[in-house]
Design a binder for this molecule. Structure first.
Ligand SMILES: Cc1ncc(COP(=O)(O)O)c(C=O)c1O
Length: 375
């Protein structure tokens, strides 16, 4: 099927670009000597995770139990649920951990250690538990310099129902950086936080089997990962307008786009209306800290080859995008029905808006992939 015939808005995944992004990160992890455990929350599609691992069902990171179950059902049996365990989900998580090869659960509180231990069967499989470390993002995790981390780690290690799995961190604050130099500093901080706490634990007689880190910005720039065992980038397989603006990739590396249609023309106010609103692109504000005029995504022609530099997506409502046309809307330009492709600000959020991913190559849809939904 030529994708030009698809009803809009719809999600397109450029396979050539996706495969190139996947291969580049695979090569990078190999060169840096770390296990690649891509975060599948970016796409929630098992077929894409296989491409990330060169055709096999390798280790993955998940953001929801729904992802863990769906990916496990199609052969992904080495999993890490990289969210501090929510109260009330321990029984389900432990049941799944007993059914797969390995499911690492994450905690940053002594309470969560207790929930997992209580759900584990006495004499059953030991459930692997990792400790989340805050490397500067101030979202989840323990302070690597504080006393709470060693206390929680010791509690995991001494419980016979649990397996001490090590430390995990994510430099979410890399997204506030303005370019590679700042990202490199955050990447050092990300690794430094893990190594510092691991050294303290080691001196206390509790070595860390795994040290896991990663975000797309820090991993595309990290040059030294000595001591780290595992990386968990997610967004890199698509990239997006945000990553291009902060220097993680070139805009022409972006593999995800939303195909849309011009549904309104207003020459008097130099404006177009597209049928891709917040439910097709997400309301992610984009890289405003480096490009205040970025709008809600980068607009391209249908081949994703040429950027429509005069078009700025100024506002989104549920199903409409309002586009400003710099320099005015010439007669005959962008007639009603014109198809355009938008590279979203945040690929993970935009992808999660859509029920189907259309994998495209050379202008044709070559596969339809259905992402996991729910929690
Ligand atoms: C815990 C954790 N690990 C890894 C990632 C992947 O980061 P990125 O999407 O920047 O590659 C995320 C993303 O939010 C995350 O929350």
């Amino acid at each position: 099927v030529p994708f030009a015939d698809l009803p809009t808005p719809c999600l397109l995944v450029d396979l050539d670009r996706l495969e190139a992004n996947a291969a580049a990160m695979r090569a990078r992890a190999l060169r840096l000597g770390v296990r690649l455990r891509p975060h599948v929350k970016t796409h929630k599609v098992p077929e894409i995770a296989r491409i990330q691992h060169g055709g096999v069902a390798g280790p993955i990171t998940v953001s929801t139990l729904a992802e863990a179950r769906a990916f496990a059902a199609v052969g992904f049996v080495d999993l890490c649920w990289a969210l501090p365990l929510p109260a009330g989900r321990a029984a389900e998580a432990v049941a799944l951990a007993e059914a797969v090869d390995r499911l690492v659960l994450l905690v940053d509180s002594p309470e969560a250690v207790g929930w997992i231990a209580a759900a584990a069967r006495p004499g059953g499989r030991r459930i692997p538990v990792a400790l989340k470390v805050d490397c500067g993002g101030r979202r989840a995790g323990v302070d690597p310099a504080g006393d709470e981390g060693p206390a929680i780690a010791a509690r995991i290690a001494e419980d016979p129902r649990l397996e001490w799995a090590g430390l995990l961190t994510h430099a979410g604050h890399a997204y506030a950086c303005r370019g590679p130099a700042e990202v490199e500093a955050v990447a050092c901080q990300e690794r430094g936080a893990l190594l510092a706490l691991a050294a303290r634990l080691g001196r206390a007689g509790l070595p860390c089997p795994d040290l896991s880190l990663g975000s797309t910005p820090t991993l595309v720039h990290a040059e030294d990962l000595a001591g780290v065992t595992e990386v968990r980038p997610g967004n890199y397989v698509f990239f997006d307008a945000f990553q291009a603006a902060v220097g993680s990739c070139r805009i022409e590396d972006c593999a995800l786009s939303v195909l849309c249609t011009v549904i309104g023309r207003h020459p008097a106010r130099a404006a177009l209306v597209l049928d891709a609103g917040a439910l097709a692109l997400s309301l992610d504000p984009g890289p405003r800290h480096v490009d205040p005029g970025c709008g809600f995504g980068a607009v391209f022609d249908t081949a994703l080859a040429e950027r429509c530099g005069a078009l700025r997506i100024a506002a989104l409502s549920q199903e409409h995008a309002r586009v400003e046309v710099r320099g005015g809307l010439p007669p005959g330009a962008f007639p009603l029905g014109t198809r355009l492709r938008i590279v979203p600000n945040h690929a993970c959020l935009a992808a999660a808006c859509h029920p189907v991913h259309h994998a495209v190559r050379a202008g044709r849809v070559v596969a339809r992939w259905v992402p996991v939904r729910g929690w």
